[in-house]
Write a protein that binds this ligand. Structure first.
Ligand code: ADP
Ligand code: MG
Ligand code: MG
Length: 207
């Protein structure tokens, strides 16, 4: 069974709840190696997505993803707003006019989201960013592509958790944390953590 426009809207509302619950944790992670605003930035963005979805439910999952993208780009500054905005925008383009997202289309959209983040931010694996959660998530999603949407997302979320954890041992090469260099080693990257949280929220919503 695939995911409809309403299904994606429900997943985004679930994601907003998870981000609100983890707002302070993300702020604390960003305080250690950045400027202590990642939780606030994402909470503002996802709150705005929920508000936008209250005034209109776009007709297709692609249009819902596009609404999320434009909301994040307009409401969230810093690094993460444009990066997550680009992720949703590329996913939206891949979803096109489809009425339902099945596992194969979902995997393509996740791959497109990763490519968008990398095109925009120029980070590669090992730079200690959200890309370190996304790369293994997309690989795991591809491996799980024969399963249901929930199975694909659960595999992606599990891999993203492990990928996020891997940033603890890395020297940041992109974003504010890169200013600290080796002094940032020992800290979890906030954007990698939020990526893992978002994928977990989507996976739970799809069950
Ligand atoms: P800012 O650093 O502008 O305050 P946020 O705190 O909201 O923005 O987001 C920081 C997160 O953004 C980092 O933890 C990292 O995961 C991600 N990030 C920063 N720069 C890049 C980049 N060039 N490519 C990928 N991700 C990045
Ligand atoms: Mg920050
Ligand atoms: Mg900032």
């Amino acid at each position: 069974m695939g995911c409809s426009s309403e299904g994606l809207a429900t997943a985004l509302r679930a994601a907003a709840e998870v981000i609100a619950e983890h707002r302070d944790e993300l702020v604390d992670l960003d305080r250690a190696i950045g400027d202590a605003d990642h939780g606030e930035n994402l909470n503002r963005g996802f709150t705005a997505i929920v508000a936008a979805l209250e005034t209109q439910l776009p007709p297709t999952p692609g249009a819902v993803a596009k609404l999320a993208a434009t909301t994040l780009i307009s409401k969230v500054g810093g690094a993460a707003g444009p990066l997550y905005g680009t992720a949703f925008l590329r996913a939206s383009a891949k979803l096109g006019e489809a009425a339902e997202v099945d596992s194969a289309l979902l995997v393509d959209a996740l791959r497109a989201a990763l490519e968008g983040v990398q095109a925009r931010g120029k980070a590669v694996g090992g730079d200690a960013t959200m890309v370190d959660a996304l790369i293994p998530a997309v690989s795991a999603a591809e491996t799980a592509a024969g399963g249901s949407v929930a199975e694909v997302l659960t595999a992606a979320a599990d891999a993203a958790d492990r990928g996020a954890e891997s940033t603890v041992d890395l020297i940041p090469r992109k974003g504010r944390a890169s200013y600290l260099g080796e002094r940032a080693v020992g800290h979890l990257d906030p954007g990698a953590r939020s990526t893992a949280l978002l994928l977990r929220a989507f996976a739970e919503a799809a069950r």
